[in-house]
Design a protein around this ligand. Structure first.
Ligand code: HGY
Ligand code: MN
Ligand code: MN
Length: 415
């Protein structure tokens, strides 16, 4: 089948109804989705998807970190597949589209190919990448990182959540809830990778564009800042003897906000989590841990500003001690070559309005780009809101992204 006709087989109503079904798993009263990595909700949503795949006769495999690969066969069974997917887990009280859209759009393409009776040289696979969100284990993209670089697996397996559960045990528990699947090896060959995702920002909606042809994913540095004081009695301890970790943290954060202030509004600096210990009204806090999520497209800026965090924290710590730990650093990833070119050609052929744009958010494609030609397709989301229960998109945009994805995957699967 020539590209330019598979799009006609994308079924907007079917794709939207799949989103409605998936959003019921982990649904929150405010209309969002709470589906943390490897939880029963994650397992249930994978079971639902695998049931749809089974009904189509697609073959499914799973790897040691729970990444799932749903395959529609190609003419050449030995050819490396074209893969497309995203994550099924959400942030705490997340939205109904972040991640899951990329999986359901990819699965819709497999169904459209089946309905159209398309034959492609390469197999095409819809992929579930495990634990993309950092909400449970403080580090994200665990599945795609391990798939691309298996040497990371031992450290990833030892990561623990706030209850002390290791990734290893969480994955094993999830697998016990899944049907028996074929084994997939890490870093098994992949010809091309494409991910469809909501933009999670305001640009497409503001510019009135339907499709984002993604050019890059900005670099990021994640830190854990520990402020160590001394717990004490709130009633008896005079000010002059206090080592109050909260009193120290307030000027530290004020100093860091000053350091990261950017009149050009390109720096993304977020303190998303603050833990106070023992977090009791009548106890002077002896310990505070807070996180820094710092992102920027320029490596030199990431180095320069990130390198000043410890100095600024120490300057404002008063009688407390400070420990700064970098949790993860990722360079800016650029999407160039045949995949973004194929996405652009498909978008133009289908006549959708579009713009080239970088991604402020991180995605699994950051890692897949280390092993094969990769690209991303964005669709708008309501007011650019994401990582929020109010996250929303329209059936028309959801289907438009899937049509561009379908054209792109069929084209790449015949290369
Ligand atoms: O944090 C991110 O950028 C992604 O949404 N997990
Ligand atoms: Mn996210
Ligand atoms: Mn995402």
């Amino acid at each position: 089948m020539t590209a330019g006709s598979i799009a006609a087989y994308i079924d907007e109503a079917r794709l939207w109804s799949r989103h409605v079904e998936m959003a019921k798993i982990g649904a929150t009263p405010a209309g969002g989705v709470h589906r943390l990595a490897f939880t029963p909700e994650d397992t249930l949503s994978r079971r639902l998807l695998l049931g749809w795949a089974d009904a189509r006769g697609f073959q499914s495999q799973i790897d040691d970190l729970g990444n799932i690969f749903i395959r529609r066969a190609g003419i050449d069974a030995d050819a490396a597949p074209v893969i497309s997917g995203s994550h099924i887990d959400t942030q705490p009280k997340g939205g109904r589209f972040d991640g899951i859209y990329g999986i359901l759009a990819a699965f819709e393409v497999l169904e459209a190919m089946d309905d159209a009776g398309v034959k492609t040289r390469r197999p095409v696979e819809a992929v579930v990448w495990s634990a993309e969100e950092s909400g449970r284990f403080d580090i994200g993209c665990l599945g795609s990182q391990a798939f691309v670089d298996p040497s990371k697996l031992p450290a990833i397996f030892e990561k623990r959540d706030g209850d002390g559960t290791s990734v290893r045990d969480a994955v094993a528990a999830m697998k016990r809830g899944l049907p028996k699947l074929g084994q997939r090896a890490f870093r098994s060959p992949v010809a091309y990778c494409v991910e469809a995702h909501i933009e999670q920002g305001p640009e497409l909606e503001a510019q009135g564009k339907t499709i984002g042809v993604v050019t890059a994913i900005q670099g990021q540095r994640f830190f854990k800042i520990e402020v160590v004081g001394e717990a004490g009695h709130a009633g008896n301890t005079p000010e002059r003897l206090r080592k109050d970790a909260v009193t120290a943290t307030i000027p530290i954060i004020a100093g860091l906000r000053k350091l990261f202030h950017d009149p050009a509004d390109i720096v993304r600096f977020t303190i998303g989590r603050i833990d106070v210990v023992p977090n009791a009204m009548a106890v002077i806090p002896g310990y505070v841990m807070f996180t820094i999520d710092f992102r920027h497209p320029d490596e030199a800026t990431l180095t320069r500003l990130g390198g000043q965090i410890e100095t600024v924290a120490r300057e404002h710590a008063g009688p407390c001690d400070v420990k700064v730990t970098e949790i993860r650093r990722s360079k800016t990833t650029y999407f160039e070559g045949v995949v973004p070119e194929t996405i652009l050609a498909a978008t133009e052929r289908l006549g959708y309005s579009y713009m080239h744009m970088p991604s402020g958010a991180g995605h699994d494609c950051r890692y897949l780009a280390e092993m094969c030609p990769t690209g991303m397709i964005f669709i708008p989301c309501w007011k650019g809101i994401s990582h929020n229960e109010a996250e929303d998109a329209t059936p028309a945009d959801v289907a438009a992204g899937a049509r561009v994805l379908a054209e792109t995957l069929v084209s790449l699967a015949n290369r």
